[in-house]
Design a protein around this ligand. Structure first.
Ligand code: FNR
Length: 183
């Protein structure tokens, strides 16, 4: 059983980042367990909390720790990732020396409702994940443009060609996880 945690960088109920993540999650093999790791309840990171962390921090760090691999699904906010996602990354990276991200293979899914497709958000995360020692899947890159056109009223993906692309992403990520964890 491979455990993949998904961190969605938007708190909106109707978030396309979440809808893309759900569509992707459906394409993994049966022996993969996908868990959405919620971040909306995390207090803003404060280094003073390293001594005596809020319970939300501890629960989130434990939830990340239990995963074999992580998907970061990010919207593009002002040509970068979202503040809530960066906050969650910071929370689980501390206290110093106790980061729970280290060594976990990662996938960055970027999206936006414009032609820009979240590319800037993805690029903004790469140096952070490199520093945190997370091997990020290099190819295929996941830039999803004009997200508002890809889901029906029930929130289901409405485009088979794009589902095919997401399948190649899911397959490549599984291969990346196996390669990373077996080395
Ligand atoms: C945006 N949006 C946006 N889109 C884009 O292509 N490039 C950008 O730089 C930004 N910047 C930006 C900043 C802020 C603060 C907001 C709220 C929005 C639009 C964004 O793509 C759109 O709101 C998405 O729907 C957000 O993702 P979720 O919430 O649907 O996952």
């Amino acid at each position: 059983m491979t455990k993949i945690g998904v961190v969605v960088g938007s708190l909106r109920k109707e978030s396309y980042a979440r809808k893309w993540s759900v569509a992707l999650a459906e394409l993994f093999p049966a022996d993969v367990e996908v868990e959405f790791l919620e971040i909306g309840n995390l207090p803003l990171y404060n280094e003073e909390y390293d001594e005596n962390s809020p319970s939300e921090y501890t629960e989130f760090r434990n939830a990340v720790s239990a995963q074999d691999a992580i998907i970061f699904a990010t919207p593009e906010y002002n040509r970068s990732t979202s503040g809530v996602l960066k906050n969650a990354i910071d929370v689980a990276s501390r206290p110093w020396g106790q980061s729970v991200w280290a060594g976990k293979p990662a996938l960055i899914l970027g999206h936006s409702i414009s032609n820009i497709s979240g590319a800037n958000a993805v690029q903004s995360l790469r140096p952070t994940l490199a520093f945190l020692d997370m091997p990020v899947l290099a190819q295929p890159e996941v830039y999803l443009a004009n997200s508002q056109n890809y889901f029906d009223e029930d929130g289901k993906l409405n485009n088979e060609e794009t589902r095919g692309f997401l399948q190649t992403v899911a397959d490549a990520f599984i291969a990346h996880i196996e390669k990373t964890l077996n080395n």
